[in-house]
Design a protein around this ligand. Structure first.
Ligand code: IMP
Ligand code: MG
Length: 181
């Protein structure tokens, strides 16, 4: 698996050090508020687990999973929700956690659905990675781990065709392994 990586961008220690910083900001911003963290599965699994353990507030956790990707490296533009019902978040302050902000379609669709159908008090977005490129939908994240270029990365939750999620670091996948669909 490691041989498939072109170069490592962020080692585990770097990621956790950044999680400390983000968690400190989030803790200060949400002190005294009713916070619900919503993890976008599967990509945000590891980041959410590491981040929320660093936030010493009485928060609640919910998970959502959506399909916007169909095995390749480009999002399809159509975002479908796997759950039939949304979490009960009326009146609560919501922090959506995702692995990466790419075209913005996924997070835009999730934010709009929660905003219009679940009556939260507020919604913010936290992503581990943000690709520096134009977005297809208008959405930005209030908390960002690292900015990266427009490259396909895997590891620490991020996959290519459901592989590499268990790599402890984030790296750029060798281009020759990417099968354009
Ligand atoms: P968006 O809807 O284009 O912003 O894509 C968001 C989703 O696409 C993320 O939650 C990831 O699951 C996936 N994705 C986007 N870029 C990458 C990448 O470089 N590596 C792995 N997954 C990615
Ligand atoms: Mg994915």
């Amino acid at each position: 698996m490691q041989d498939d990586i072109e170069r490592i961008l962020f080692h585990a220690t770097t990621i956790l050090a950044r999680a400390d910083e983000l968690a400190a900001r989030i803790t200060a911003d949400y002190a005294g508020k009713e916070l619900t963290v919503i993890a976008v599965l599967n990509g945000a699994l590891m980041f959410t687990a590491d981040l929320m353990r660093r936030i010493p507030l009485p928060l609640q956790l919910d998970c959502l999973s959506v399909a916007s990707y169909h095995g390749g490296t480009e999002s399809s533009g159509v975002v479908t929700f796997d759950q039939l019902t949304l979490p009960d978040i009326a009146g609560r302050h919501i922090l959506i956690i995702d692995d990466i902000l790419d075209s913005g379609r996924t997070l835009h669709a999730i934010r709009e659905k929660l905003r219009t159908e679940a009556a939260p008090a507020s919604i913010r977005i936290c992503v581990l990675l943000k690709k520096l490129k134009p977005r297809a939908q208008p959405v930005e994240a209030e908390y960002v781990g690292f900015d990266i270029g427009d490259e396909f990365v895997v590891g620490y939750g991020l996959d290519y065709a459901e592989r590499y999620r268990n790599l402890p670091f984030i790296g750029v996948l060798r281009e020759k392994l990417i099968v354009e669909s």
